[in-house]
Structures are given as C-alpha cells and as structure tokens.
Write a protein of this length. Structure first.
Length: 133
C-alpha cells in the first residue's frame, strides 16, 4: 500500500466556471482537463502543480457524494489522493490493517485512473483515495 506521492487534492466547489479562473490565477497555470464522471455524479477540473494535481469537483446531482458534501460542509477540501501501484491491492492491505473501506475494489475515476476510498471514520476524519493507472 506504500504511496509513491500525493496524486491529487480534491476540492469541492459549487461552480467550476467560477472556480477555474480563481485557481488559474492562484496557481499561475491553466486548467488542463475538464471531465464529467457520470457514475460519480461529478464534473472535475484539473491543474498540475509540480507532481501533484489539484482536482476541483462540481456536483452534477445534489444527491451525489459531492452534492451532499457541499450541502453539509460547503466548499473546501474533500479528499486527499495517494498514487499507489495497484489501488485494489492497496485497499485490501488497508482493510487488513483495520481501516474501514468505502470501496472493496477499485473503480474507474477521472483521467482513467483506478480509484478506491478509505472511510474517514478510520483515517482521523480525512477521506483518503488510492489511485493507480
């Protein structure tokens, strides 16, 4: 399960159209990819800062995970994602170590990544995602 680096930080926003220019100005770089992930009911926008990405997340459904997050907590950091060699294997290792999982096996996410989440109740309140290509 040893991560190689922080793959991205996920930030929930109400509106990508309004948020993208702010982050372009803040980071001094252009958004390089906007993508909808229908099964997760989210639209994403990516920025590259060194080796780490910033992922903005806009809900496409108020009942989806980002919609519920925004309703409960408002805009802000949603999750931290770590790059691992194999997301499914990392999830199994985490479960063996006593961590609660949201995903038992990885699934397809933005940018064609295989992703899986650990439950924040077992990670000191942080939603953690494992990502692999």
């Amino acid at each position: 399960m040893k991560p190689t680096h922080i793959e991205h930080l996920g930030i929930a926003v109400k509106n990508l159209e309004e948020s993208i220019p702010f982050y372009e100005n803040l980071l001094g770089t252009k958004c390089y990819n906007v993508e909808e992930v229908k099964d997760q009911r989210v639209k994403t926008a990516f920025f590259l800062v060194g080796q780490t990405k910033i992922e903005l997340l806009e809900s496409t459904d108020p009942e989806g995970p980002i919609g519920k997050f925004l309703e409960k907590k408002g805009e802000g950091i949603h999750h931290m994602a770590f790059a691992v060699e194999n997301a499914t294997e990392a999830l199994a290792e985490a479960e063996s170590a006593g961590m609660a999982l949201i995903d038992k096996v990885s699934r397809k996410g933005a940018e064609g990544m295989n992703i899986g989440f650990l439950h924040p109740k077992s990670t000191h309140g942080v939603l953690i995602e494992f990502c692999s290509k």
